[in-house]
Design a binder for this molecule. Structure first.
Ligand SMILES: [Mg+2]
Length: 365
């Protein structure tokens, strides 16, 4: 195949309203900011990616890191793996974590999308995997810290959206009794066969977390997520030792080494990397191998479209987190049926932009 070269990288920013607000220990959010990246080749193949770095005020600085990183690849043959390795080395000056890594992730995803489109294959097929039809997915788009009398109805709605078998409930309410009440309301609305994940969003001190996890240990939660500040690995290890319910970490791993350190230290029982914070597709694949070497389950955090392909290539793949927050910016959003995400039979990751919505909610960079 003739060399296909990078011609240009386009970056657009949007801030899209959410259907219902996110109310968590980390804050309340009515909208979600995204950077939409297009890498354009000399024969006009376009690789797409988006990242959602939480706070719209940071979009310009991340866009700036994308521009700087991509400079090295102008007029070079599209080689996503080599680009990732080169970019990571270059980050030794700026640091391997934080917004520069987010910028690298956005580029890496878009380069892989372009590469798969060049080869006219869905990404998972390009890497020699098969497109799985049964990627079990849980609905994570709701059940925030809302009033107890609203939980049952919301749980019923969320379960029906894709015939989901599992939902995630945010906990860490004022008392453990309120968390138990909230759990029971989910069961009331969604049925007793529903699998319920839980997320504390780092709300406790270590002693409080141990107390609360003990109080809830026999309720039936599938996992406890981030009971304390995410990087306190020694304290997380203590919690893991004391508690029977599996403890999960990962949305705040910045790069594969964080996953390695947490697993080696026995600071969690399973992991759930975030596609952006881990460093994109290349970094995810490294992390999947690390998890395999520890025989630890891997679930996903946000970015269901690209993550679905990655779950086809993750040996210890477990649950895919489903959220629909980015659906407005995507032309034909992925769907979930019978509790499994459906990967479209299209080259690359299989999504294109809804240009009308991108124009409507555009943010200046
Ligand atoms: Mg979480």
């Amino acid at each position: 195949m003739k060399d296909i070269l990078l011609k240009e990288v386009k970056i657009r920013a949007v801030n899209v309203p959410l259907k219902s607000p996110i109310i968590s220990h980390l804050g309340t959010f009515d909208s979600w900011p995204y950077l939409c990246v297009d890498v354009v080749t000399n024969n006009n193949i376009v690789g797409n990616s988006y990242i959602g770095p939480y706070l719209k005020e940071y979009l310009p600085s991340i866009a700036s890191t994308i521009r700087v990183l991509s400079k090295s690849y102008e007029n070079k043959t599209i080689e996503p793996y080599s680009f990732y390795q080169h970019s990571m080395k270059s980050l030794s000056l700026l640091g391997f974590k934080g917004i520069a890594l987010y910028g690298l992730a956005a580029l890496d995803i878009a380069f892989w999308d372009a590469f798969a489109k060049i080869h006219k294959k869905p990404f998972a097929n390009l890497l020699g995997g098969s497109i799985k039809k049964n990627i079990k997915s849980y609905n994570s788009r709701g059940l925030w810290l809302i009033e107890n009398n609203k939980i049952a109805k919301e749980a019923e709605t969320l379960k029906k959206e894709g015939d989901f078998k599992a939902l995630k409930l945010r906990i860490g309410r004022d008392s453990y009794k309120q968390d138990i009440k909230a759990y029971n309301e989910v069961i009331k609305g969604a049925g007793s066969d529903t699998i319920i994940m839980s997320d504390f969003n780092q709300c406790f001190t270590t002693n409080e977390a141990i107390r609360r996890c003990h109080d809830l240990d026999n309720i039936g939660f599938y996992w406890f997520e981030e009971p304390i500040q995410y990087n306190m690995l020694e304290d997380m290890k203590k919690i893991c030792k004391e508690i029977k319910t599996p403890i999960t970490l990962g949305e705040n791993f910045h790069g594969p080494k964080d996953a390695h350190d947490a697993l080696l230290n026995k600071s969690c029982d399973m992991i759930m990397p975030d596609l952006m914070r881990i460093g994109g597709v290349s970094a995810w694949l490294k992390t999947a191998s690390i998890a395999e070497s520890f025989n630890a389950e891997v679930s996903t955090h946000l970015y269901p479209e690209v993550s679905a392909h990655l779950m086809c290539l993750t040996p210890t793949a477990e649950w895919l987190e489903w959220v629909d927050w980015a659906n407005p910016i995507i032309k034909d959003p992925y769907v979930v049926k019978n509790g499994s995400i459906i990967i479209p039979d299209k080259p690359g990751f299989g999504f294109e932009w809804n240009e009308g919505i991108i124009s409507k909610y555009k943010v200046d960079l």
